[in-house]
Design a protein around this ligand. Structure first.
Ligand SMILES: Cc1cc2nc3c(=O)[nH]c(=O)nc-3n(C[C@H](O)[C@H](O)[C@H](O)COP(=O)(O)O)c2cc1C
Length: 180
């Protein structure tokens, strides 16, 4: 089984990227993991660009989504919503109608925020957008609040939070029993 990770922050010191790495560390060892590269280089979704053949960056992104068995979406919250980077990536993966790469794909959503709610609106928004796009989204999400205090280069240092992340990612790959 292989999991594709989509990180919705482009900044070098992203807490969400640290969270994505921490989540990957909780996956069983036999799961193969790939981080989607170049999400920031995808054009803004434009129906005039959504033609055959698709722009090269879009075609490459759709291909890695299609090849994945499941997706891990890790998004910051900007003004109460998932990042534009994530929304844009989902929009591209939701087309063309009838053969969109995202349809039926199992997805888990996480968010890290410095605020205590852990990006709740970003997660709710991402679940809604992914569901409308046709993905099979896990209803439970994990938010890491006060993320600057618990996410370090060494990982997620809060045991309770790590347990929640472990449970979610194991649910994603269908190994809930092993997570206990
Ligand atoms: C334009 C902007 C809007 C933001 N809005 C929110 C928000 O609505 N809720 C929240 O919890 N944090 C908000 N933040 C703080 C970000 O969540 C925080 O900077 C976070 O660390 C960004 O994710 P990253 O570390 O992965 O880059 C906002 C930050 C920016 C720059």
């Amino acid at each position: 089984m292989n999991v594709l990770v989509l990180v919705g922050s482009l900044r070098a010191d992203s807490l969400n990227r640290l969270l994505a790495r921490a989540a990957v560390a909780e996956l069983p060892a036999d799961i193969s993991v790939r981080f989607a590269e170049g999400l920031g280089e995808l054009p803004h979704y434009d129906q005039d660009l959504d033609v055959t053949p698709a722009p090269a960056s879009v075609a490459a992104f759709r291909r890695v989504v299609a090849e994945a068995d499941a997706l891990l979406v890790v998004t910051p919250e900007y003004n109460g919503a998932p990042s534009g980077v994530i929304k844009n990536a989902i929009d591209w993966a939701s087309r063309p109608r009838g053969s969109a790469a995202i349809v039926g794909k199992k997805v888990a959503v996480l968010s890290a925020s410095m605020a205590p709610r852990g990006g709740q609106w970003a997660r709710e928004g991402a679940v809604r957008v992914l569901t409308v796009a046709g993905a099979d989204v896990l209803p439970g999400t994990v938010g890491i609040g006060s993320a600057h205090e618990v996410l370090t280069a060494d990982g997620l240092i809060d045991d309770e939070a790590r347990g929640a992340v472990r449970a979610l990612v194991n649910q994603l790959v269908g190994t809930e029993a092993l997570a206990a």
